[in-house]
Design a protein around this ligand. Structure first.
Ligand code: ADP
Ligand code: ZN
Length: 519
């Protein structure tokens, strides 16, 4: 162990020991090697470049995508007595001159820069005129279209390898799926880098996923079960819903505040501060809230709507329990969420390849919701991490016993077939359940052989069958055609009776766990 590193950890940052792989990473970079660091949020990535920055001669250039993050880091470093600065559009030009002066004098140890500035000709010229100790590229997943915060400028950062071949480079991120990793290696020219992968498990977080029937009511029930003495975050998909839910919680006596990009900057800043500094505050937010939030005692993160990727879900739910104490991730989902998310992607501006990627990601979330096996195992598999069932999620505590649903699924699939793959979920279910409506009669669907063959199941139960079929790839939803249910290649074997199908129970047990057992 490098005693110098340990001394800095202790004297400057006030910590006794390195965590996880921090010591190895510091050693690797401080001795001039390249590194890729994959560590979950809250794992302690910052020290991995801040300590080498203090060990090496010259200034360390840190690439960071968000001004708020930079300012935060700089403030923390200055408070610890480290000479650090940030350059971004909000910094007046006299200040920039002073910073350049400090760098030339060899006083400044860390300089935070946005990627678009770093790649500018002027800045490159400046970098050639100074002594640089290390390049640290934070939030390196921004380089990848697979990642959730794609920033095209990040892809240009590979030039550092050619222009500054003798300066070590490190990339840091909390997103670690294989595609993103490959992109980081490729675009940042880090083929020779040593890769450090930490476990992404957050053992103190209990995962619970429930089916939506009345989302707001279910949310309220969940939050009430947590008591009034906790801080939490509720994520919703739209601004309107954020406002509604914040109001609902306020009416029920909770100290709830809204946060979304449509609010005034001043209001947002005030609410963010309030959440960080006060106790027992619940923030109701869109995904705009969170990057750079480092509140240790968030006891729950609730998703009232389905997140658009497993990475989003992981990042957002990971804001719970940073202090290591028990915390809950609660997620409420419905087939409508899934359809809505897919529709948004379909209607969006992205290239068709990008859309395919995003659709796959949404589907993976549905699979996480529908799985009858350990949630954590599935989550960690997303980061290529192999694990045993955790014993600390809803499915582990009460493993859903699957039943043979072959006949039910056959009924559903043949009804979809008889309806010429032309009808949306609720209509298909109406026909299965023999609903006597004008529409059904006018279209002659009451004469179909599949009319009324599923009257023994409720609407909700059929929806569960549909969802599980969609998650299992037996049905697809045609977004360009009224969200009609359609058969897939895989459904043929089931229709022909060549394949048996086991589904999760259609009704969730009422006693589903609502508060996390103490770890
Ligand atoms: P990340 O960037 O990976 O999300 P941070 O670098 O912000 O994580 O670190 C998360 C928290 O953990 C910070 O409050 C930091 O001060 C603390 N921390 C990091 N390393 C250590 C350590 N070795 N000992 C104690 N606390 C640490
Ligand atoms: Zn589990």
């Amino acid at each position: 162990m490098n005693t110098h590193a340990l001394q800095i950890l202790h004297d400057t940052f006030g910590y006794q020991n390195f965590r996880g792989q921090q010591a190895d990473i510091v050693e690797c970079v401080a001795t001039g090697n390249h590194a890729i660091v994959l560590m979950p949020t809250g794992g302690g990535k910052s020290l991995c470049y801040q300590i080498p920055a203090l060990m090496r001669a010259g200034v360390t250039i840190v690439v960071s995508p968000l001004i708020a993050l930079m300012d935060d880091q700089v403030a923390n470093l200055q408070a610890a007595g480290v000479a650090a600065a940030a350059v971004h559009s909000g910094i007046p030009s006299e200040k920039l001159h002073a910073i350049a002066h400090d760098i030339r004098q060899g006083v400044l140890k860390l300089l935070y820069v946005a990627p678009e500035r770093l790649v500018s000709e002027r800045f490159v010229r400046f970098m050639h005129s100074i002594d640089i100790g290390l390049f640290a590229i934070d939030e390196a997943h921004c380089v990848s279209q697979w990642g959730h915060d794609f920033r095209p400028e990040y892809q240009q950062l590979g030039f550092l390898a050619h222009e500054f071949p003798h300066i070590p480079r490190m990339a840091l991120t909390a997103t670690a799926d294989e595609e993103t990793r490959a992109d980081i290696r490729h675009y940042l020219q880090l083929q020779d880098a040593q890769t450090f992968v930490s476990s992404f498990d957050r053992p103190n977080i209990f995962y619970q996923v429930i089916e939506k029937n009345n989302g707001k009511k279910q949310l309220l029930q969940f939050i009430k079960s947590q008591g009034h003495q906790v801080s939490g975050i509720v994520y919703c998909l739209s601004r309107k819903r954020v406002e509604e839910v914040a109001l609902l919680l306020q009416e029920n006596g909770f100290n709830a505040i809204p946060y979304h990009a449509g609010l005034d900057m001043a209001v947002r800043t005030r609410h963010q501060k309030q959440f960080s500094q006060e106790d027992n505050v619940i923030v109701v937010a869109t995904v705009a809230f969170g990057m750079g939030i480092d509140k240790p005692d968030v006891r729950f993160v609730a998703h009232l709507d389905m997140p658009k990727s497993i990475e989003h879900f992981y990042q957002e739910s990971g804001r719970a329990g940073r202090d290591g104490l028990p915390a809950i991730s609660w997620l409420c989902y419905g087939l409508n969420d899934w359809v809505l998310l897919r529709q948004r992607i379909q209607d969006g501006e992205a290239s068709s390849m990008q859309k395919q990627i995003e659709l796959q990601k949404v589907d993976a979330v549905l699979s996480l919701c529908e799985t009858a096996t350990c949630r954590r195992q599935l989550l960690l598999a997303q980061f290529d991490e192999v694990s045993e069932p955790c014993g600390h999620c809803d499915n582990c505590l009460e493993t859903p016993v699957r039943f043979d649903a072959t006949e039910l699924v056959q009924k559903l699939l043949s009804c979809v077939y008889r309806l010429k793959q032309n009808c949306a979920t609720s209509y298909v279910i109406d026909v299965l359940r023999g609903k006597d409506s004008d529409w059904v009669r006018r279209l002659g669907h009451d004469k179909l052989s599949t009319f009324n063959i599923g009257a023994d199941l409720s609407d909700k139960e059929w929806r569960s069958v549909v969802r599980q079929c969609v998650a299992g790839g037996l049905l697809s939803v045609n977004l360009s055609h009224n969200q009609a249910l359609q058969l897939t290649e895989a459904s043929k074997a089931v229709l022909k009776g060549e394949q048996q199908l086991w589904l999760r129970p259609l009704k969730r047990d009422k006693k589903a766990v609502l508060s996390a057992p103490k770890t």
